[in-house]
Design a protein around this ligand. Structure first.
Ligand SMILES: CCCCCCCCCCC/C=C/C(=O)SCCNC(=O)CCNC(=O)[C@H](O)C(C)(C)COP(=O)(O)OP(=O)(O)OC[C@H]1O[C@@H](n2cnc3c(N)ncnc32)[C@H](O)[C@@H]1OP(=O)(O)O
Length: 392
């Protein structure tokens, strides 16, 4: 979807400007205004192609919609089918502009591009120290010191949403951590979120094999990903630095301890998304918090505060945000000084009792999700999310 608006601008930009019949004086003034706005409009289109930072799908949908409204007026295309996700999202974005006048759409387009230009210089991304970032990690910052390997999700501008690259890199980082010199491993997030779960744009780039192939590959990826947490041999700690959504919440049931700031929330909106539980949560959550509390989260999508999640056993301890990092890392550094083999063997004594069962549960959850991802309920929820910001 990269440079969607720029590509669309190239594809849809008419070479000639429609001139309407005005009385001579008004025509002269209007033409100057239109020339000025048309020149600005053309400049804005060129600036979109030069943006340093991908503005994200919602902004690209809005640019697309404003461009179409400015050049063609109200949406005049037939509504695409529900499986044609990209065309549907574009159609929704354009159609949402209704009868917005062309000149207003043109000015809005110019204003939006100039705001993107002014903000394109800043970035919330954590730039790791050169010596702390091993080759190959683009979505993580992985550091190892004081006997602790820290895996930090590093897509803060996307609330650390997990795209396929991040899933793969987390698996790589866990594999490396299982073999390195550290005695415990920590997963945390950069920015104000722990993670907003699965990146919903994962549903957009449909391969040549169609949505069935996409769903099958997604189920394989998910099964491998969750399997890494089931099999991880060392104490695995979650340092939940902010809100967590979806798979970022369900996999907590496979951690050995979960420490959260009191700012954190825990949300699994699976029914809302037309999906179903994963991360072995269909087994771990009823066991951890009781079947009815698990139902409230996994089926009804109840969002828990950190203290509620702690009361229900999902979170081990909650800390005031002001002292969270200091308190947690002091404690983890102390834990990391304990005899590593004893910790590793003790974890295996605990985990081995149900490792096989967890893998079977993981396989079943992935198989169910593979079907759910093909449902209208899921497709509609994803399209609604992707086009939510394009609606002016
Ligand atoms: C067939 C498909 C197979 C795919 C392969 C998948 C394999 C594994 C699948 C595992 C199953 C996992 C399930 C889940 O995790 S379900 C939960 C999914 N997550 C969500 O539904 C959360 C969606 N995000 C939001 O609701 C909001 O963004 C949030 C409440 C988290 C924050 O809202 P806020 O208003 O504070 O911030 P913004 O919405 O403006 O977000 C900032 C930018 O970040 C983008 N963003 C945030 N979260 C996601 C996300 N999950 N996916 C994609 N993009 C996300 C958001 O769009 C903003 O981007 P822009 O700045 O470009 O607008």
């Amino acid at each position: 979807m990269a440079h969607l608006a720029a590509g669309l601008a190239r594809r849809w930009c008419p070479s000639s400007l429609q001139v309407v019949n005005f009385p001579v004086v008004q025509l002269h003034v209007s033409l100057r205004a239109m020339r000025a706005s048309h020149t600005e409009f053309e400049n804005a289109m060129n600036q979109v192609k030069l943006l340093k930072k991908d503005p994200g799908n919602e902004v690209k949908l809005k640019l697309y919609a404003l461009y179409k409204q400015a050049t063609e007026g109200p949406c005049n295309m037939p509504k695409p089918g529900v499986f044609d996700l990209i065309s549907k999202a574009k159609w929704d974005a354009w159609n949402a502009l209704g009868s917005l006048p062309k000149e207003t759409a043109k000015q809005s387009y110019v204003d939006l591009v100039s705001s993107l230009n002014s903000s394109s210089k800043s970035s919330g991304q954590v730039e790791p120290r050169a010596d702390s970032k091993p080759p190959g990690y683009e979505t993580l910052v992985v550091t190892s010191e004081d006997g602790i390997t820290k895996i930090m999700l590093n897509r803060p501008t996307k609330k650390n949403a997990m795209n396929p690259q991040m899933y793969h890199e987390i698996m790589l980082a866990l594999e490396a951590a299982s073999k390195d010199e550290s005695s415990i491993t920590v997963l945390t997030g950069s920015g104000d979120y722990y993670s907003s779960g699965n990146d919903l744009t994962n549903f957009t780039d449909i391969p040549s094999g169609g949505v069935q192939e996409k769903a099958k590959n997604g189920a394989i990826l998910l099964r491998d990903f969750v399997g890494c947490f089931i099999d991880f041999p060392k104490p695995l700690i979650a340092v939940v630095n902010g809100p967590a959504v979806g798979i970022a919440v369900t996999t907590l049931g496979l951690f050995d301890a979960v420490y959260a700031t009191d700012r954190a929330t825990f949300h699994t909106p699976f029914s809302h998304l037309g999906q179903s539980p994963e991360g072995c949560s269909s087994h771990t959550f009823p066991r951890i918090m009781s079947p009815s509390k698990a139902t409230e989260m996994l089926i009804f999508g109840k969002k828990l505060t950190a203290r509620e999640a702690c009361a229900q056993g999902l979170v081990t301890e909650v800390f005031p945000d002001s002292t969270f990092q200091k308190e947690v890392w002091t404690r983890l550094k102390a834990y990391a000084k304990l005899p590593p083999n004893a910790m590793r063997i003790s974890k295996q004594v605990i985990r081995n009792k149900e490792k096989e069962k967890l893998h079977a549960i993981n396989a079943e959850e992935c198989s169910v999700l593979q079907e759910r991802w093909l449902s209208d309920e899921c497709m509609n929820a994803v399209v609604n999310f992707l086009s939510r910001k394009a609606k002016l």
